[in-house]
Design a protein around this ligand. Structure first.
Ligand code: SF4
Length: 286
């Protein structure tokens, strides 16, 4: 029998759930597994949890998928980086879990959030889950860096009500320092979301000494404003997330050298100053 879900009130950002409680983990053979993954019938899943006031509106079933092409210095989920480390989960089983919480979602204005890792590493699985959720009448949200936005089909975006789009830095050099990859795909994905009428919540993690340079903050705010300008009303909010040290133990457990081990969180005043930069572009900011 599935264990009872853990209801978390406003937990800290970017954490992975406790596991795959209640989700049948398929024990299909490796060759069959690859075929099912290509078709989207099977996904590599790290964990799930039921959360309130994070990952989108209302109470949400957040599912963390495995696999990510980025290597963010502040990553809270380095155990999701490899697809191989996830548990094989059938889309039908996951959708059964979504259906089970439909009453909770409609009572709270919540829904399903696909997170990671990077959801768009598994576009066929994500598309199948999003389609199934929409057929159940459930609000859907993608939490993504946008780096693999080209993997999202138009049909997939039509099944997505909201995208939590991480803009991790404002220029290519800083973005590469933070993530190891290029910023341009994220910005292109943001413009595409606006053109297709998909709502966006921009997220920016404020890390002293890494992303807090005023020129970088101004550039991120300009990018968010540019997405909003494509179709006014697209960027419903900007979340400025102050860096904290909750990932340090996880990096240690994985025996990875944590580059931000000695970094302090920003002060509340510094965080508020950054929020003001976004507000000065006419954006609603938390
Ligand atoms: S995008 Fe960055 S923060 Fe998110 S899972 Fe990948 S490495 Fe971690």
């Amino acid at each position: 029998m599935p264990a009872d879900p853990v209801l978390l009130d406003a937990p800290s950002r970017r954490r992975a759930g406790a596991g795959l409680r209640g989700l049948a983990t398929s024990d299909v053979e490796r060759s069959q597994r690859l075929r099912l993954m290509r078709s989207g019938a099977l996904g590599s899943v790290h964990s799930w949890e039921l959360v309130t006031a994070v990952d989108g509106p209302g109470t949400r079933l957040t599912v963390f998928l495995n696999g990510c092409p980025l290597r963010c210095q502040y990553c809270h989920n380095p155990d999701t980086w490899s697809m191989r480390d996830g548990g094989p989960v059938l889309a039908s089983d996951l959708l059964g879990r979504v259906e089970r919480y439909r009453g909770v979602f409609s009572a709270t204005g919540g829904g399903l959030t696909l997170s990671g890792g990077e959801v768009l590493m598994q576009p066929a699985f994500a598309a199948r889950i999003l389609r199934g959720a929409k057929e159940l009448g459930v609000h859907t949200c993608l939490d993504t860096s946008g780096y693999l936005g080209a993997n999202a089909t138009d049909e997939m975006l039509d099944d997505t009500d909201l995208v939590l789009l991480d803009i991790k830095a404002g220029d290519e050099d800083t973005y590469r320092r933070v993530t190891g990859r290029s910023l341009a795909p994220t910005l292109a994905f943001g413009r595409r979301l606006a053109e297709r009428g998909v709502a966006v919540w921009v997220r920016f993690v404020l890390v002293p000494g890494l992303t807090d340079d005023p020129a970088n903050v101004a550039a991120v705010a300009d990018h968010a404003a540019a997405i909003e300008a494509v179709r006014p009303g697209t960027v419903q909010r900007v979340e400025v997330l102050p860096f904290h040290q909750m990932a340090r133990d996880k990096w240690a457990e994985l025996r990875r050298a944590y580059p931000l081990a000695d970094t302090e969180p920003p002060t509340p005043e510094a965080t508020e100053t950054v929020r003001e930069v976004f507000r000065s572009r006419g954006l609603t900011t938390y």
